[in-house]
Ligand binder design. Sequence first.
Ligand code: PLP
Ligand code: SF4
Length: 339
Amino acid sequence: MITASPGARTTPATTHQADWRQLWREAITDANALLAMLGLEHLASRLPADDAGFALRVPRGFVSRMRPGDARDPLLLQVLPQLAELDQVPGFSTDAVGDMAARSAQGVLHKYDGRALLIASGSCAINCRYCFRRHFPYGDEMAAAGQWRKALEHVRQDTSIRELILSGGDPLSLATAKLEELTQGLAELPHVIRLRIHTRLPVVLPERIDTAFQRWLADLPLQKVVVLHANHANEFDPGVDAACARLRDAGATLLNQSVLLAGINDDAEILAALSERLFAAGVLPYYLHQLDRVQGAAHFEVDDTRALALLEALRQRLPGFLVPKLVREVGGEASKRPL
Ligand SMILES: *Cc1c(COP(=O)(O)O)cnc(C)c1O
Ligand code: SF4
């Protein structure tokens, strides 16, 4: 016989879901605290003042996938401010792709045929040191209902748009109720057959893919593609696998884009392991991006000759469907440019 003290409650583990907003708020934002969690206090003297002008931000779950005591950990290096970010390097600017200001002002970016990209939110759960976002701390004004309407009006008037891409920032930083509001507007756009979501949240805060979100995605009467962003196999753990499984169960095709980053994944073994790990989670590699040349990120750059050699090495060791396309974004072109 099982006895329980008065007032004791048992919550079946299977029905419990962590509140992703709470986890979002509990992210680490102090570089010294992060170093202390990893037993790397001795690196504190190498931190730039004021996080080099771009706040450190990393969810605790992502920190738990870092190797304690390893100053070269590939996940740590993606988020830890470095003195090298202060270097002014010719060719690296604060507006690397040339249209970032226009992006945040208009909310919709229609550069490529058939696809319109909506800046759904400026927020991210993690601050990646190599990201153009470090120079565009745009707020969340795009999430306002009025902005949705303007962006959707553009899409309504252009019937050549078959695919709507939600990007940012991270569009899944929005509450599911906000996403519902947006996709209700899609019912008036019969020419849009596909919704694509560009998000790093299933990797860095997999709790975001909760039951309510999964239901929203599953109920959308559209083709669905979710493009994740992971740069290293170590970013995966059972929680991320579960989030990917929930996305697939909701009917989404899962792809991944990575950024080629010196000291993090510029190695054929590491890139091959990433592709294999992605496939194990039900995700296909899509793009491997050459770095956008943003000021403060020059130390991450891998030159094109090496990038092409890495790609060739990948082709030799992997099936074709696990080799990503190596591309660079060049302002004003009709597509991403293959290298
Ligand atoms: C990258 C991007 C897309 C998507 O390009 P695909 O090659 O289809 O993945 C669409 N619109 C804009 C503005 C982009 O930057
Ligand atoms: S937009 Fe993507 S790469 Fe940039 S900070 Fe957010 S999650 Fe990182």
